[in-house]
Write a protein that binds this ligand. Structure first.
Ligand SMILES: *Cc1c(COP(=O)(O)O)cnc(C)c1O
Length: 378
């Protein structure tokens, strides 16, 4: 058996290492000039939308919901076909999570299901760009507007993607990114919230830093002294340090190269697997220009688990994305029942994510293709 092939992996080069080392030799370890630079660099890749760097994609979601001002009595409508954090962070604010079903082919939130799920209590409509393919953002925008809700895009998979020529980050009221090691771009752990609204950005910045108010003009007791700072609303410490922001800025220089390589690998899988009876290869809408984060193969006839075990036994690190969020016992204990979103459950039952990352070689991709084909005897 050859070496184990992970399903995702960072691509860190000497420039990245030099950028980090430079910060380590300097005066600032955290919240210095590299943070401001990374936020500006990121904005160049989101159509100029201002960014707030935070410590993870989960923190970004928690911060975005805080900026949206959700709390008990509010509802957040979202997809179950996501990492649990999309829903968990809303629940942690005391909001009620309402799951709406996905489109059977893309796995993205279905605008018709979202429309049926929103009420006048819906404060946020939260879509996920599953596998890097943007959700139906124009239709979801209309659904959100129809009840006066904010549109949030969990773009943990889709930094670098665009929809109708507009970059992810410029489409929703709040967009969140993750820079975890396996995502399209990494800062080890990290994330960001971006928003075209100055008010939402301001609230996100405040929540990231304990809600501290240092601007005297906004303080209740401005004459206390030069040391004085006030908390007007509770927040947390979600500050992404300079060390990691420097890695992020350096990685961003290769974002388009990463996108290109991910597209090549995706196309190679399509080519190598399209004719295999018993699988479905991913679809792509005409409006979408994805930066592919996942290659979600669909395995028919109840054979997903057997193929998963076969690939793992052959040293290929496949994954399943995702167990429907409300299947987690924490949601089950709150009364959410299986059967709620049949498309998401069917998608989950078939889904298998093949290895996809920028440094994957063509030979590695071919090895995965051959191992899948041999399983099906073709
Ligand atoms: C990775 C991911 C998150 C969480 O990001 P972390 O940086 O791991 O906290 C949230 N949503 C989705 C869809 C993700 O894939």
């Amino acid at each position: 058996m050859s070496d184990f092939l992970p399903y995702g992996r960072q691509s860190v080069n000497d420039d990245d290492i030099a950028a980090v080392a430079e910060v380590l030799r300097g005066d600032w370890l955290t919240t210095g000039p590299a943070v401001t630079r990374f936020e500006a660099d990121l904005a160049e890749h989101t159509g100029g939308t201002p960014a707030v760097a935070v410590t993870s994609g989960t923190a970004a979601l928690h911060v975005a919901y805080a900026a949206a001002g959700i709390g008990p009595g509010d509802e957040v409508v979202t997809t179950p076909l996501t990492f649990v954090a999309t829903a968990a962070t809303a629940a942690l604010h005391g909001a009620k999570v309402v799951f709406a079903d996905v489109e059977p082919d893309t796995g993205n939130l279905d605008p018709a299901a979202a429309h049926a799920a929103v009420t006048d209590r819906t404060k946020v409509l939260a879509a996920v760009d599953y596998a890097g393919h943007p959700a139906e953002l124009d239709q979801l925008r209309k659904v959100a507007d129809s009840v006066g809700a904010l549109l949030l895009e969990d773009a943990a998979h889709s930094l670098g993607s665009s929809w109708r020529g507009r970059p992810v980050g410029s489409l929703a009221d709040l967009t969140t990114f993750s820079f975890f090691a396996t995502k399209n771009l990494t800062t080890a752990e990290g994330g960001a919230v971006v928003s075209p609204s100055a008010e939402l950005v301001e609230r996100a910045r405040a929540f990231r830093n304990h809600g501290l108010v240092r601007d005297r003009a906004r303080q209740r007791y401005p004459d206390e002294g030069g040391w004085h700072q006030e908390v007007h609303a509770f927040g947390l410490n979600y500050r992404l340090p300079d060390v990691l922001c420097a890695l992020g800025s350096s990685q961003l220089r290769r974002l388009w190269a990463f996108k290109q390589r991910r597209a090549e690998i995706h196309a190679r899988y399509d080519e190598g697997l399209r004719d295999v009876p018993g699988v479905l290869t991913p679809v792509c809408r005409a409006e979408a220009d994805p930066m592919w984060h996942l290659y979600p193969l669909r395995v028919l006839d109840g054979r997903r688990r057997a193929l998963f075990d076969h690939l793992r036994a052959n040293g290929i690190g496949v994954q399943v994305n995702y167990i429907p969020a409300y299947w987690h016992p924490v949601f089950e204990d709150l009364g959410y029942r299986r059967g709620l979103c049949p498309n998401a459950e069917a998608y989950y039952a078939q889904e298998l994510s093949l290895p996809l990352f920028a440094d994957l070689s063509d030979a590695d991709v071919d090895r995965v293709i051959d191992t899948v084909r041999s399983f099906f005897g073709v």
